[in-house]
Design a protein around this ligand. Structure first.
Ligand code: SF4
Ligand code: SF4
Length: 390
């Protein structure tokens, strides 16, 4: 991802070939040029050059982007399509009338997640149905009794540590799926690492950028850079590839520097695969049909899809993948639910045949769980079945 001062110049690199439209989920649904990747690049270019005014239609074209990045690997000249769309969103000042109120409330939620999820936990049974009816929460999510992160955590393995790793847990894993944070922590400790979970972590800022709020996201980025920069860790790992993408690749655009040693757990664990031995068939009995859902931000964003496949293969996890690989559609579940539902429809032609769906992103787990009752994060699978050091 390029830095913001080169973004304008970068927009001029587009040769308008249209290759990026082939995998763009919103273009598959609506073949209007502005609903595809190339059209969005051209719209932001015109907006930036002040050849176009922000209008509700222009806002709808940009806000409906899933920000999945599936267009980027197809671009022959390496145009940073998502960086350009984020830049466009930041210029729109929330012109999209469809989601204005929801975005204002979500802004408060992501700036103060502890308060938001605390209120959700306390009042959820009472206010959940009302909030859902008002469109404030896109679908039912059951919140656990407690979150993953306590006050700053420093955990040591038995014996001398082989290294020191920091966990950036992210809001979804911290407040909704704490078992994913515990799985990563337990795996690292069993492998002999000292694990640090800093108290100063805040939201990675990705949801705010998706709403066009780059300055709010930049404030959060600065706090995370400060919290993680002082840890002297070998690596910063997150159960959420969207968080990893934000702190590693988006932060240079909005805060001038990255958390450089961030990487997906698959990349980190692949180098230690000799220390992971399974107690039993990791995905259960022969009758189980396991399908792997690849998160867009892992593959297209971080370029770590191959690490995950290699890791699964090296550990003997038997799985299949859908022919029609596409984005799960979570990011539009609130404001453009028809796009979100269409993505689920496309995936569940094949996913409905699986007894277990495995993925590696808490957001994908939440979205896929709307249609399937056995969706698991890969870290849970690894932590439950691996016998590190055996
Ligand atoms: S990020 Fe996804 S939805 Fe947006 S233009 Fe690219 S492929 Fe299309
Ligand atoms: S693939 Fe790249 S160069 Fe071609 S239209 Fe899309 S963004 Fe432009």
């Amino acid at each position: 991802m390029i830095t913001s001062d080169r973004l304008l110049e970068h927009m001029e690199h587009c040769v308008k070939c249209g290759s990026c439209k082939a995998t763009c989920p919103t273009y598959v649904l609506d073949t209007t040029e502005g609903m595809g990747a190339r059209g969005r690049v051209m719209l932001v270019r015109a907006l930036t050059r002040e050849e176009l005014e922000p209008t509700p239609l222009l806002a709808q074209r940009l806000y409906s982007c899933l920000l999945c990045g599936l267009c980027e690997p197809l671009c022959p000249v390496g145009v940073d399509v998502t960086g350009i769309v984020y830049h466009g969103l930041s210029q729109l000042d929330m012109h999209d009338p469809r989601g204005r109120m929801l975005r204002k409330l979500q802004r408060e939620g992501f700036l103060h997640p502890k308060r938001t999820f605390g209120a959700g936990r306390a009042l959820g049974p009472l206010l959940g149905p009302v909030a859902k009816k008002m469109g404030l929460v896109p679908f039912d999510i059951k919140l656990p009794g407690s979150s993953f992160r306590k006050k700053g955590m420093e955990l040591r393995p038995e014996g001398e540590p082989v290294g020191r790793v920091a966990i950036f847990v992210g809001c979804a894993a911290n407040y909704i799926y704490p078992q994913q944070g515990h799985a990563l922590k337990d795996l690292l400790i069993a492998l002999g690492y000292e694990v640090v979970v800093p108290e100063g972590e805040v939201c990675c800022g990705a949801p705010l950028r998706a709403m066009g709020m780059d300055s709010d996201a930049a404030e959060l980025a600065k706090k995370n850079i400060e919290a993680f920069g002082a840890l002297d860790a070998d690596a910063v790992l997150s159960p959420c590839p969207t968080c990893t993408l934000a702190i590693k690749k988006h932060y240079p655009q909005i805060a001038g520097q990255a958390i450089e040693n961030a990487m997906d757990p698959a990349e980190f664990l692949l180098g230690r695969v000799d220390h992971l031995r399974y107690k039993e068939n990791p995905t259960g009995g022969a009758t189980e049909v396991v399908m792997y859902h690849e998160p867009c931000h892992l593959a297209a964003g971080l370029g770590a899809g191959a690490f995950m496949r290699e890791l699964l293969g090296a550990l003997g996890v038997e799985f299949s993948e859908p022919v029609n690989k596409t984005c799960c559609g979570l990011s539009q579940a609130g404001v453009y639910p028809e796009i979100s539902e269409a993505q689920l429809d496309a995936l569940f032609d094949e996913y409905s045949k699986a007894s277990t769906l495995v993925t590696s992103c808490p957001g994908c787990v939440a979205q896929l769980s709307r249609r399937h009752d056995n969706v698991r994060h890969i870290l849970e699978l690894l932590s439950a079945n691996a016998n590190p050091g055996a």
